[in-house]
Design a protein. Structure first.
Length: 201
């Protein structure tokens, strides 16, 4: 059999999340390519359009009963819709997966992902989204999952350490279909922007 799992990503989200932050603390959100000194507002001309994130090392899909660990590299390519004064801001795009554990494939099952990023602190935000992913592994499991209510954390660039990241640890994936699905499945991922990104308002 094959194992199909919906993992995402990301992502792929989209900004740093302090998972426990309340929406009451949130403000309008913008993705900015410049960190204007002393400014928390993204100026005209510095608002980010195209967005590209890639996995740092691997993303991991961890299945229980049957036990299986699937590792892949992942890339997110998308763009902000330009709703820079919105709460949250919207990012549309696609996750792709490559170099997966031998015998396994991972792919989007729902078409384009829509991610919603909400600024929660000076340099952080929380992201949720609409995304389904299928994962197939030979002689194992055939299953499709959705991101559901997972909250993905994101950080602004902190040079020279990072250019901005999306973070998720042991996020539970919800089963939406498939012939043979594990009892439970979680997703671990760290994805980093290919350019400096700052979470502003």
């Amino acid at each position: 059999m094959k194992l199909r799992k919906t993992c995402l990503t990301a992502l792929l989200v989209t900004a740093v999340a302090l998972v426990g932050a309340s929406t009451a603390m949130a403000t309008s959100t913008a993705l900015c390519v410049a960190n204007e000194s002393g400014e928390d507002v993204c100026k005209d001309g510095n608002q980010l359009g195209p967005i590209h994130y890639e996995s740092v090392s691997w993303i991991y899909i961890l299945a229980t009963n049957p036990t299986r660990t699937i590792a892949c590299h992942s890339l997110f390519t998308g763009s902000s819709l330009g709703l820079f004064t919105s709460k949250p801001t919207i990012i549309d795009g696609n996750f792709s997966y490559s170099d997966c554990t031998p015998g396994c494939t991972v792919a989007e099952a729902s078409g384009e992902a829509q991610l919603k990023l909400l600024k929660t602190t000076l340099t952080e935000g929380s992201m949720s989204g609409s995304l389904e992913v299928s994962v197939s592994c030979l002689f194992s499991v055939d299953c499709t999952y959705k991101l559901g209510t997972l909250v993905i954390g994101a950080t602004s660039a902190s040079l020279p350490t990072t250019t901005g990241q999306w973070l998720l640890s042991k996020g539970a994936l919800a089963t939406v279909g498939g012939m043979t699905c594990p009892m439970s499945t979680t997703l671990d991922m760290t994805m980093e922007s290919l350019k400096d990104i700052y979470i502003k308002k």
